[in-house]
Ligand binder design. Structure first.
Ligand SMILES: *Cc1c(COP(=O)(O)O)cnc(C)c1O
Length: 362
């Protein structure tokens, strides 16, 4: 049954991380917990590029994403949509009872800063949602250019999902002026699912104060109040916090620049392999993700058959396309702890499996 995940989340979790989770429980109001929580902050703040607190939420990323909508949208939110995850955010805004506008781009295209400017300039917006790295299409938007536009609209609180890019490249929250930056545990951090991390600006906290229906579980004020005591609002998933501590030690010992370079290099190795085979990158040229590759299935392989061979003969799994791209694209993650050696082994397996894979009936 043991096989390795090369899907873009959840991804393979190291033995060291799994061992870190298997430690005795501590009370979440104990001094031991406070010490654990506070020890994580400096390293998390470095990774987020922020002086603000980094809150630890026991939920998947969507909990913090929905919570952000509830905490800061009073008038109207602009949802930038260019793939399955960003499309969902419009739906979530409506389900939270908010006024929302959908700003749509073709799947595979990045979010266009000028289109964002034109829409925000119409007025009435007090928040915007953006996904840096659209995992469903492997498309990365230009966050620097987008934030340069958004910063010109001082009423607009920026809510930025960096779920599948966080820690794989530098995303300096304070420098870019991001108000709310959100990630999850099971993507580039290579932890099991169940934990979201978010950092919230003073501006966004102040906005939340003026909004009544923030709920409790994701209330920013609750997070901040508890943070100041080295705690979380409710009982957190302590094993994952042990795992996070272990992972932050790994990241520190590798060094950030080396970590970023490793992700870029392994990503390119996979891309070069596929391009040489005759596949094409699905995302617009120059906007390919650094943490995964999404390839158009231009050679017409039967992707379920490919995955069956990969799983049974090579003990690994890739992704056969998300949502409406199922069968039309395939995605390969290079997030987390992958190395030149593990990616070389993956490519050897892919070569072998493809040689046995039938082409799908047209
Ligand atoms: C995986 C993912 C999410 C959703 O994360 P959950 O952990 O399922 O809540 C959101 N955004 C992006 C970009 C993702 O890759």
């Amino acid at each position: 049954m043991a096989y390795k995940l090369f899907i873009p989340g959840p991804i393979a979790v190291s033995e060291k991380t799994l061992r870190a989770m298997a430690q005795p429980m501590i009370g979440h109001r104990s001094t031991d917990f406070v010490a654990l929580y506070q020890a994580l902050q400096p390293e998390l703040q470095t990774l987020f590029g922020t002086k603000d607190a980094v809150y630890i939420s026991t939920s998947s990323a969507w909990g913090a994403m929905e919570g952000s909508i509830r905490n800061v949208v009073k008038a109207k939110v602009l949802n930038c949509m260019n793939g399955a995850f960003s499309d969902k955010w419009y739906d979530v805004s409506l389900r939270c009872g908010k006024q929302a506008t959908a700003l749509k781009f073709e799947w595979g295209q990045p979010v266009d800063p000028e289109a964002v400017r034109a829409e925000l300039a119409k007025g009435g917006y007090d928040a915007i949602t953006l996904i840096h790295n659209e995992t469903s299409t492997g498309c990365m938007s230009d966050l620097e250019a987008l934030m340069a536009v958004i910063r010109q609209f001082p009423d607009v609180i920026s809510i930025v999902d960096v779920v599948s890019s966080f820690s794989a490249l530098s995303i300096p929250k304070d420098k870019l002026g991001i108000d709310i930056m959100i990630t999850g545990s099971q993507k580039a951090l290579a932890l099991p699912p169940g934990l979201a991390l978010l950092s919230v600006s003073k501006r966004a906290l102040d906005r939340a104060t003026g909004i009544q229906e923030r709920g409790y579980y994701f209330d920013f004020q609750e997070f901040q109040k508890n943070h100041e005591n080295g705690m979380t609002p409710s009982t957190p998933v302590i094993p994952l916090i042990y795992a996070l501590k272990s992972k932050l030690e790994d990241i520190k010992s590798e060094g950030l620049e080396a970590r970023y370079a490793r992700h870029a290099r392994l990503n390119k190795t996979v891309r070069d392999w596929a391009l040489a085979k005759g596949f094409k990158v699905f995302a617009k040229e120059g906007h390919g993700s650094v943490t995964l590759n999404c390839f158009a299935n231009t050679l017409g392989y039967d992707l379920p058959a490919l995955n069956k061979i990969l799983k049974s003969k090579h003990n690994l799994v890739i992704d056969g396309g998300y949502g409406k791209l199922k069968g039309k694209t395939f995605r390969i993650s290079n997030m987390g702890d992958e190395t030149d050696a593990t990616i070389a082994a993956l490519i050897a397996s892919l070569d072998s499996a493809l040689s046995e894979t039938p082409k799908a009936a047209a």
